[in-house]
Design a protein around this ligand. Sequence first.
Ligand code: NDP
Length: 369
Amino acid sequence: MEVEAILSALIPSWSSVILLFCYFGYLAVAGSVLPGKIVPGAVLSDGSRLHYRCNGLLLLLLLLILLPTGVYMKWMPPTVIADKGFELLSTTFILSLIVSLILYVVGLKSKNQSSSLRPHATGDFVHDWWFGVQLNPHFFGIDLKFFFVRAGMMGWLLINLSLLAKSYEAGTANVSVILYQLFCTLYVLDYFFYEESMTSTWDIIAERLGFMLVFGDLVFIPFTFSIQGWWLLKNKVELTKAAIVANCLVFLIGYMIFRGANKQKHVFKKDPKAPIWGKPPNVVGGKLLASGYWGIARHCNYLGDLLLALSFSLPCGASSAIPYFYPTYLLILLIWREKRDEARCSQKYKEIWVEYCKHVPWRILPYVY
Ligand code: NDP
């Protein structure tokens, strides 16, 4: 595509606005009325707790029934998202700019709220707008942070499915396309199956909601995590049998580490005596788990996520660096995040953290980092 054509495709359209509002409207309404486990979040600085309705999987499955119905009724073609890719991207970007500006203004104005919602403004506009002012802003009872990440993850799957429809139409849906689609679909389904464990992640418990998170959730996750899918639309890759097997192994090992580590921490937080790998856990200072994956490296879950990210790119072969954007970005993000989490934990747990680091010296990858 020429630069001129890309620029004209980037012009936002009203049809994209309508599509996005239908999507967000569905998530808001269905998310509020459909049943789901009510999960208490982490304890906030004032001792209170937010509660999350974890019905993301139900919402997604219902959407996956409604969308083919819409296609069957000819309300929209299955390739609508892939066809409108660039204009949806620019429309979502403008929307995240507007949303983060509103969050900034509302955050500064909010008064008489619980300390968890109290503004954290520094007075520096760029900093406060970028990182956000409030930790847990709500809109009509909806926790916006939880809502946006849900929208981003589901959006990623919807983009992929539309790209799959496009590949199928063009007759280019080969093994590479199927592997990429399969791995990403399993990852997103797994995410919503274990949505409960999201309530104890860094983003939810520690990050304020500003442009960084809004943009990350609404634009970055769906549009850049799917780069491989867009790339495979234009590029045909023939994988050898050995490459297919290796690719599946990277996915399976990555998944085992990623899910295993996140699950172990989640179980430990609920019941610090619960066995890990069939044995009583090794606990440092009564608070930090030093068994299982958490005894191998301090952020083994990041290692698993990085292997998964790599497995989403391997179906594209090695002819171009473009499909490797996601694992490269994730590597940088997780190294940065690990450093920030390390600083937070060392401040929170003090000498217990020092003790834990002695027990588990590796940050992400044993013997390397
Ligand atoms: P973690 O789930 O690793 O959570 C870190 C927190 O866990 C710490 O702040 C601390 O919180 C607690 N903790 C740390 N070590 C221990 C221990 N040994 N025992 C008990 N508790 C401990 O971090 P994230 O929220 O960043 O990541 C969650 C998942 O999300 C990861 O798998 C990550 O890969 C994934 N992720 C994916 C991204 C993507 O773009 N694909 C982006 C970011 C994350 P506390 O104060 O509660 O003790």
